[in-house]
Design a protein. Structure first.
Length: 142
């Protein structure tokens, strides 16, 4: 199975994911958008859609209105995998060398924070610097 970053590292696949993030679309719409924006063939779009299906990023089903048409839908489980991967990156970032906290690197098996926590609501020192009047530790200055 591909890493979630690998999937969206390819611009065509990332764009397909973006288009499907706003709603389900038939394959014809996806073909039209991608061939126009990237100047690639319909066969190339089909190749990327197959990769997305194989990696369970998208699901496909018959369109009720047109039985010959296939309707593509973004799989929420992929977004959760991508969110978990970003969460792991934030965990590494929180434990980097040279921070105010002076933490040692974490072991890869160390538990991460709660799944699907919204990063914008986190509290802590990220993005802020300690002033000279705030000691790092008791009895020590800035």
């Amino acid at each position: 199975m591909m890493h979630p970053y690998e999937i969206v590292a390819e611009p065509v696949r990332r764009r397909i994911v973006e288009v499907l993030a706003v709603g389900d679309h038939p394959v014809g719409v996806l073909n039209d958008v991608i061939t126009m924006e990237f100047s690639v063939s319909r066969a190339a779009v089909s190749h990327h859609l197959r990769i997305l299906r194989d990696e369970r990023v998208v699901t496909v089903e018959a369109d009720g209105a047109l039985p010959q048409s296939r309707l593509y839908r973004l799989n929420a489980e992929y977004l959760e995998r991508l969110d978990d991967a970003v969460g792991e990156l934030f965990s590494l970032w929180d434990h980097r060398y040279g921070t105010i906290q002076r933490r040692a690197p974490i072991h890869p098996a160390a538990p991460s924070r709660s799944p699907h926590a919204h990063r914008a609501g986190r509290k802590g020192l990220r993005g802020r610097r300690r002033g000279f009047d705030e000691p790092d530790e008791p009895g020590r200055r800035g």
